[in-house]
Write a protein that binds this ligand. Sequence first.
Ligand SMILES: [Zn+2]
Length: 271
Amino acid sequence: MTPLVDIGANLGNKAFREDLEAVLARSLAAGVGTIVLTGTSVPASRGAWELAEVARSPERSPRLFSTAGIHPHHASAHGADALVALRELCARREVLAVGECGLDFDRNFSPRAEQLQCFEAQLELAVELQLPVFLHERSAHLEFAEILARHRSRLVRAVVHCFTGTGGALARYLELDCHIGLTGWICDERRGTHLRELVSRIPADRLMIETDAPYILPRNIRPKPISNRNEPSLLPYVLRAVAKARGESPEELARSTTETAKAFFGITDRA
Ligand SMILES: [Zn+2]
């Protein structure tokens, strides 16, 4: 099977502090060849880059890259110098995209006005640097799509990560020429079943998969893991659920999602 690309994992999260080496080894053994570590704040983006930058043996770890951005939850905590720091990080070879950035009106950990400002500033940074953007949207589809539409023609590529929305939202994102990232949400029999109907509407060259580890543990793992922590080695559960919903073989979907992810992030086989 084609080695998988996990396009979003938070391996700098403290959940991985004790056993990151083992987590990476398991991921490689499970067929995950590349992981893009998600940056969620300036310090977390720096941490993600540092993890990606450490040379690791290809026998013991997937290839690691990272993104640099500020999650909407952290929008109010970022200072004026945050963009300077992100711009610096984006110059690193291992940093492949701006984000995650966007809007989260589900829990509103940061006030909406600050989320909007922080989101637009990062879209502008991505335009300036001509880097792809890694986008987060939760319960904010209309405002998010409106802002994205205004910047879209100047952005190179954009992925709506951990898509969990409606058919209408999906249609709008595809119309905006977005890529779509799918997580283990689709494995959730309580709240993810609507996605199973929708995923066949996503063209193969727009579809990528991710764990969003340590979050969103796939609920179709049997026997059920004792820990609630998700990790990239569990990406095949997402792959199989998405493949089943699309009526494709896991091998076929592995091939297309890896090809799409490499093209999206500009990952070449050597560098
Ligand atoms: Zn997110």
